[in-house]
Ligand binder design. Structure first.
Ligand code: OGA
Ligand code: MN
Length: 316
């Protein structure tokens, strides 16, 4: 039986044209009858009380939180993603295969010689339980401590949108302008009930959210620096991806905050971060892996849980 990859067709279209907010592209900064404002949960942490939270009509569990961060916080999280989390003790990375000898101090290398550092070749790191790309699974033996501050942030965001999670794994993606991420669904986590919390910094992107199979046409939406996308409920199992990262779209507030020396991380450091964010996009994709708390205490039991990851439907 012939199948039609409707998602892929839309992805190609969005990659090459139709990049402006309008009839098709959802922009959460503009009125749109496909979008509704929802209240932040009553037990949200104080710093997220006034946040602007949205849902998509007819899409269960999807939430979009407009940037709840100060520019200094955007710089600080981005700095963590570029410096602390790229250290070999903290992460696995695409560079483990190609640049093993230059894996340490990537950010220092970049600051010393931006045009020749291995940072230019960084496309992802994994934190906590390290996602194994070829097996499309997690492995009990491949695990680093999950960064505590990111764990607290992910938990805060989940609570604020009324979809709690226990962050146990993260994929951090580093994008260049015009790059993309093909449509996929994240089905390696044995726990598919907790949401994925996805944070983005730097350049804007066109994000696509499809249905449970590739037969469904995706909705396209603009994701800007600091915005948080939450895929919970039925949307947890939906195809999604990034059609394109858009050159020249980093907000001026990042450079301004870095020049003002904000953030307490050292003015110079943050200026470099702001410059990186003008030519790149960071996506921090936070997941809960296992079911109930304590599932990972016994390694054999945890390995059995991890072996049972789910699979999305490819055929539709
Ligand atoms: C992912 C993902 C989306 C993004 O890492 O699984 O879907 O916005 N990222 O970069
Ligand atoms: Mn994904």
């Amino acid at each position: 039986m012939p199948t039609t990859d409707v998602y892929r067709e839309a992805e190609k279209r969005w990659r090459h044209s139709l990049q402006e907010p309008g009839e098709e592209l959802i922009d959460f900064e503009l009125a749109d009858d496909r979008v509704r404002r929802v209240d932040v949960a009553a037990d949200a942490p104080d710093w997220l009380r006034g946040a602007q939270l949205y849902a998509l009509c007819g899409v269960d569990g999807f939430r979009f939180l407009r940037c709840p961060f100060s520019p200094e916080e955007e710089l600080r999280w981005s700095h963590a993603a570029l410096a602390a989390w790229t250290e070999p003790e903290a992460s696995e990375s695409n560079l483990d295969l190609t640049h093993a000898g230059e894996r340490g101090a990537l950010w220092a290398q970049h600051e010393a010689a931006p045009s020749s550092s291995a940072l230019r070749h960084l496309s992802w790191v994994t934190l906590g339980y390290h996602y194994q790309w070829s097996e499309r699974r997690y492995d009990e033996a491949r695990r680093s401590p999950f960064p505590p501050a990111l764990g607290a942030l992910g938990a805060d965001l989940g609570r604020a949108v009324g979809q709690p999670l226990r962050p146990e794994a993260a994929i951090v993606n580093y994008y260049a302008p015009r790059s993309s991420m093909g449509g996929h669904c994240d089905d390696a986590e044995p726990c598919q009930d907790a949401p994925i919390v996805s944070l983005s910094f730097g350049l804007s992107a066109t994000f696509l959210l499809g249905g449970p199979s590739r037969h469904a046409a995706p909705l396209a939406m603009r994701v800007r620096s600091g915005d948080v996308v939450v895929q919970g409920g039925a949307s947890r199992g939906c195809y999604h991806g990034v059609a394109r990262v858009l050159r020249g779209t980093a907000p001026a507030r990042l450079r301004e905050a870095a020049s003002a020396g904000g953030g307490g991380g050292g003015g110079d450091d943050l200026r470099g971060v702001a410059e990186w964010l003008e030519r790149g996009r960071i996506n921090i994709n936070v997941r809960q892996v296992g079911p109930e708390a304590g599932w990972d205490e016994d390694p054999d039991a945890a390995a059995a849980v991890l072996a049972g990851g789910r699979r999305c439907r490819d055929d539709g």
